[in-house]
Design a protein around this ligand. Structure first.
Ligand SMILES: Nc1ncnc2c1ncn2[C@@H]1O[C@H](COP(=O)(O)OP(=O)(O)O)[C@@H](O)[C@H]1O
Ligand SMILES: [Mg+2]
Length: 282
């Protein structure tokens, strides 16, 4: 669990994060959403300590990370995995060496142990055997998977992903999203994902924090979004007419004004939706 308490951050007198507090739980994907420039990256960097907040605190599993110094802070950092925007792989290192990098930095394992671990995480992201390839030889989706393998190689308790789908097509985005979700559940990680991708919100968003101009405008579950009356949130999420219609219909169903429509269930509420296609049965 990560507790964020009253985080504020300015650059040159301009407030960029305005008093944000939230709690991010383990075993779920906690999403930070909002338009470009709303403060998602700065907030995430304040949480992991890449930026020092002007005020406020961040607690990792109840321990005050902000108040820690040196060695203590390093111990928490070892438990944090990061998937950076644009993957940030080292171009001059092959896949194996990229993934081994954190192991070299933070462990005293033998080469054999490290190699075994590299192969383990490569298998986990469904990329066995690409050890000797260089980043330039990989597709965008493969690079993200290698970056994800590197992010989880130290078995982190906390995983941060900044725009994991940037530059990917919708299908590959879904593969990455699903992988992040599976890994989160499998290892009971507290995962924090920055995104402005609505597909991701509906696919993996267990808990969602909506940022607007540096402040927390709204937070809640994916289901809460459907019924939220927050105008700014609605304008952001249901920007397209199609999605707005879908939301309206879902709300009418819920209030009994129209019969339940399976199509909408499949789109907006997959977890509980029947698997049969909407044109069958009934
Ligand atoms: N290092 C920095 N120095 C000054 N301003 C910054 C810096 N990083 C981000 N900002 C500003 O903070 C605001 C929020 O940026 P950011 O968190 O990157 O937005 P998002 O990730 O939601 O697109 C923007 O106005 C941006 O220009
Ligand atoms: Mg950003």
């Amino acid at each position: 669990m990560i507790e964020v308490k009253n985080i504020k951050k300015s650059f040159d007198g301009k407030v960029v994060i305005e008093d944000v507090s939230t709690v991010m739980k383990a075993g779920q994907c906690n999403l930070i959403i909002g338009t470009s420039g709303s403060g998602k990256t700065v907030l995430q960097k304040c949480i992991v300590g890449l930026f020092e907040p002007d005020s406020g605190e961040v607690l990792y599993s109840g321990n005050n990370f902000t108040a820690m110094k040196g060695e203590e802070k390093t111990e928490i950092r070892k438990e944090i995995g990061m998937l950076f925007q644009g993957s940030a792989l080292f171009d001059s290192l092959n896949v194996e060496d990229n993934i081994m990098f954190p192991l070299n930095m933070f462990t005293h394992n033998t080469h054999k142990q490290k190699l075994d671990r590299v192969n383990e995480v490569l298998n986990r992201v469904n990329l066995p055997g690409v050890n000797k390839k260089f980043p330039a030889e990989l597709s965008g989706g493969m690079k993200k998977r290698v970056a994800l393998a590197r992010a989880i190689v130290l078995n982190p308790k906390y995983l941060f992903c900044d725009e994991p789908n940037s530059g990917l097509d919708p299908q590959t985005s879904l593969v990455i999203d699903k992988l992040i979700k599976e890994i989160t559940i499998e290892f009971n990680m507290t995962t924090v994902v920055n995104t402005h991708d609505m597909n991701s919100v509906m696919e993996i968003g267990d808990y969602i924090l909506y940022m607007y101009q540096g402040r927390k405008e709204w937070e809640g579950s994916k289901k809460d979004i459907i019924f939220s009356k927050n105008q700014l949130l609605n304008e952001f999420i249901f920007a397209s007419e199609f999605l707005q219609d879908a939301k309206d219909m879902r709300m009418l169903e819920e209030t009994g004004k129209i019969p339940n429509h399976r199509n909408m269930d499949l789109m907006l509420d997959k977890d509980t939706a029947p698997l049969a296609p909407p044109d069958q049965g009934e």
